[in-house]
Write a protein that binds this ligand. Structure first.
Ligand SMILES: [Zn+2]
Length: 292
């Protein structure tokens, strides 16, 4: 009897500790237009957060069925779905692909409700998406759609079949280089130097994009190495993002001048005004790697 009591006590203690630990584990959802967008803009951060035990999900709002020079339709969507699933494994995240056509996304109520449901189902603490300033209409409208989902995720009468969140999450924007009407502001910058190789390996799963479509539309298809090891090395060179002075200044704020100077690869995020507004202390709780 005493043994049973001890066992029960042990069980109660371990489940209490587990739930206390889970309380500190944030739930992050990144939402991109295409099945390689979150990967490019937030993949390094996703690896770091997933390594810490956070629940991270990528969502592609379109199925990617227009992004190729010779393939199209269902065949292409299937290939890109498989690539996204493989990339998700390499990043350590779940990957969802919504069945909306690539290149034809509009900021409709229907897609807004799809996004509200995804954020609620994930019980997200943080939502990351593109800004609505971008050359690509799918990126632009994904930005609008996610902004439109902010606040609404907490309204029970909207999409009532999926229970509303009891809080408005923190909404962040991915980094971009667009200047009008206003340039990206790097409120948060994450050092991804140590996981850059892993990020590239995960991007390498998107064969149809990294080695076929993007080089074709960018007129550098002849530069892609044939050998698989060589082409991954080439990918690391071509996908490295230059750290802008504004991102470097943000790195200095969060990591200190000395450590910031050593950072070779970074990902930056801007706080959207429509979600919860985190203080610096709350940002450090979301991204513990920023605490020093
Ligand atoms: Zn895209």
């Amino acid at each position: 009897m005493q043994k049973l009591f001890c066992l029960l006590l042990l069980f109660a203690c371990t489940s209490f500790i587990a739930s206390a630990q889970n309380e500190n584990k944030m739930r992050i959802i990144m939402i991109g237009a295409h099945p390689d967008d979150c990967d490019e803009d937030g993949g390094g951060t996703a690896i770091l957060l997933s390594q810490m035990g956070y629940a991270v999900k990528f969502v592609s709002v379109t199925n990617g069925d227009a992004g190729h020079q010779t393939m199209k339709g269902k065949e292409l969507a299937k290939r890109r779905f498989d690539e996204a699933k493989e990339a998700g494994k390499r990043f350590g995240v779940e990957y969802d692909v919504l069945d909306n056509h690539d290149g034809e996304l509009t900021p409709s109520l229907e897609v807004r409700l799809q996004i509200i449901r995804k954020i609620r189902e994930w019980n997200a603490d943080v939502v990351i998406a593109p800004r609505p300033n971008d050359y690509h209409p799918d990126h632009r409208y994904t930005g609008v759609l996610v902004q439109d989902a902010a606040y609404m995720v907490a309204v029970p009468n909207i999409a009532p079949e999926t229970p509303a969140l009891r809080k408005n999450p923190v909404f962040l924007y991915f980094q971009d280089g667009f200047q009008r009407p206003n340039p990206f502001r790097p409120d948060i910058a994450i050092d991804i130097t140590n996981v850059f190789v892993q990020k590239i390996h995960a991007l390498d799963a998107h064969e149809s994009q990294m080695y076929e479509w993007l080089p074709w539309i960018g007129h550098y298809l002849d530069q892609v190495p044939k050998d698989k090891t060589e082409r991954e090395k080439w990918l690391a060179k071509t996908r490295a993002v230059t750290i802008t002075p504004a991102v470097r200044a943000s790195l200095e704020k969060w990591y200190g001048k000395d450590k910031a100077a050593e950072v070779q690869h970074a990902e930056a995020f801007e706080i959207c005004e429509y979600g919860a507004q985190p203080t610096d202390e709350e940002i450090k709780k979301i991204f513990p790697m920023l605490s020093r």
